[in-house]
Design a binder for this molecule. Structure first.
Ligand SMILES: Nc1ncnc2c1ncn2[C@@H]1O[C@H](COP(=O)(O)OS(=O)(=O)O)[C@@H](OP(=O)(O)O)[C@H]1O
Ligand SMILES: Nc1ncnc2c1ncn2[C@@H]1O[C@H](COP(=O)(O)OP(=O)(O)O)[C@@H](O)[C@H]1O
Length: 163
């Protein structure tokens, strides 16, 4: 009997088409590009540019954007520390599946905690590229395209990182 997490009697099911066959078919190696940084630091902009550039070079990619994933898979999560950790864990697992499928998976999330990003990297040690958008808070706040910082400073929303 095998035991995984809370489930018992769980076994690994092999597939006849493996990673190497998919790599050959797609002519690319799957990986994860993980973009981290404050809200407004330019994560989504970079993710979109990268995805488009890869597309023009005939490379298959897919963006997992924090905002988008929170519309579905992670709609039950907020911005408490434990919710952010679960958000990153789930996206890390999905990104691992995309990379296994052969795609260049671009994950674009604030992902503020190093331990959460490290846990994702540990899932794909040789295929995980971390990009930190090293922008000062003052610049992000000046951009504030969604008005989040303004709302946070006015005390109207909680959980926006201000340091
Ligand atoms: N309270 C609060 N705090 C922080 N962020 C907020 C909040 N409410 C909504 N948003 C918007 O949620 C977007 C996605 O956040 P993430 O999933 O990337 O965050 S995290 O990785 O779980 O920390 C994040 O997207 P980006 O602005 O693109 O970073 C925010 O716009
Ligand atoms: N390199 C850049 N130079 C100037 N402005 C940028 C740059 N990258 C992004 N922006 C602008 O900053 C704002 C936030 O960018 P966005 O990609 O939405 O950030 P994030 O996804 O980190 O919240 C947007 O208005 C975007 O047009």
């Amino acid at each position: 009997m095998s035991t995984m997490g809370n489930s018992t009697n769980i076994f690994w099911q092999e597939s006849p088409v493996g990673k190497l066959e998919r790599r050959k078919l797609l002519n690319q190696k799957g990986c994860v590009v993980w973009i981290t940084g404050l809200s407004g630091s330019g994560k989504s902009t970079l993710a979109c540019s990268l995805s488009w550039e890869l597309h023009t070079r005939g490379k298959l990619s897919y963006i997992l954007d924090g905002d988008n994933v929170r519309h579905g898979l992670n709609k039950d999560l907020g911005f408490k520390a434990e919710d952010r950790t679960e958000n990153i864990r789930r996206v890390g697992e999905v990104a691992k599946l995309f990379a296994d499928a052969g795609l260049i998976c671009i994950a674009s999330l604030i992902s503020p905690y190093g331990k959460d990003r490290d846990a994702c990297r540990a899932m794909l040690p040789d295929a995980f590229i971390e990009v930190f958008m090293n922008m000062p808070l003052a610049l992000c706040e000046e951009r504030d395209p969604k008005g989040l910082y303004k709302l946070a400073r006015a005390g109207k929303i909680k959980g926006v990182l201000l340091a």
